[in-house]
Design a protein around this ligand. Structure first.
Ligand code: PEP
Length: 251
């Protein structure tokens, strides 16, 4: 399975800024990208078209969305459908990002609906999970991950193509805080995620990618990406500058 290096630009960048960063990233990484690596950019909706153009036709560079709504179309003011994302050239989307769960109030059930709907519509979905610091301190890591993955995949067909569903383990306390989970913490959590995927999807669960996210930077990426059961990274802050993110992609 190819390792996935995903850039979550959150609510940053105008169309011009996004196009420029994406183009710079391709220039910095295309020739040197090791085999078996795939790069994904998740810009704000307004810049999807420009980033698609800047990424060109190289299949190692993919476009994705940070969010979508679990309906084909209709009276859902402010929302966007998987079909609209596919139309603009996006092939991936996130569900369950901690900011959607904890800032915008999405619960496990909604995350599950969106994950199943996005997959069924033809998107590759990255389901984000992770514990809050008080849950970790209370010894609830396994309980939280099991609950979020079970609910997040509740309506996903058990024979889903393994390359279509990935899980990003993102401890809430490590997102945007500069505080990165240590290797032992990542190994433990990713082993739990793997076991849960195998319990739910059988052998296919071994071929689903598990990404780590939470303050990944150029200077810690090599170690993180080399850990067992780490099949890529989801990067926020350090993905905003092409130079920083290229060093992560090539780490
Ligand atoms: C994220 O947005 O998913 C993330 C991990 O952010 P950061 O890299 O800034 O912690």
């Amino acid at each position: 399975m190819r390792k996935l290096f995903a850039a979550n630009w959150k609510m940053h960048k105008t169309r011009n800024e996004a196009a420029q960063t994406a183009a710079e990233l391709v220039t910095l990484t295309a020739a040197a990208l090791p085999t078996g690596r795939e790069v994904l950019i998740l810009p704000p909706f307004t810049a999807l078209g420009e980033v698609k153009e800047a990424l060109g036709t190289d299949a190692r560079f993919a476009l994705g969305a940070q969010n979508f709504y679990a309906q084909k179309q209709g009276a859902f003011t402010g929302e966007i459908s998987p079909g609209m994302l596919l139309d603009v050239g996006a092939t991936y989307a996130l569900t369950g990002h901690s900011e959607r769960r904890h800032v915008l109030g999405e619960d496990d059930a909604l995350v599950g609906q969106k994950t199943a709907f996005g997959l069924q519509a033809g998107l590759r979905v990255i389901l984000c999970v992770g514990e809050k610091i008080e849950e970790r301190k209370a010894g609830k890591l396994a309980e939280v991950l099991t609950r979020q993955i079970t609910a997040g995949t509740k309506d996903v067909p058990r024979d889903v193509a393994p390359e279509a569903l990935s899980v990003a383990y993102e401890p809430v306390w490590a997102i945007g805080t500069g505080e990165v989970a240590g290797p032992a913490e990542i190994l433990e959590a990713h082993a739990l995620v793997r076991a849960q995927l195998v319990a739910l999807f059988g052998q296919a669960g071994n071929s689903m990618r598990i990404l780590y996210g939470g303050s990944v930077k150029p200077d810690n990426a090599t170690e993180i990406v080399g850990l067992d059961n780490v099949d890529g990274v989801l990067v926020g802050g350090a993905s905003l500058k092409a130079d920083d993110f290229s060093r992560i992609v090539l780490a």
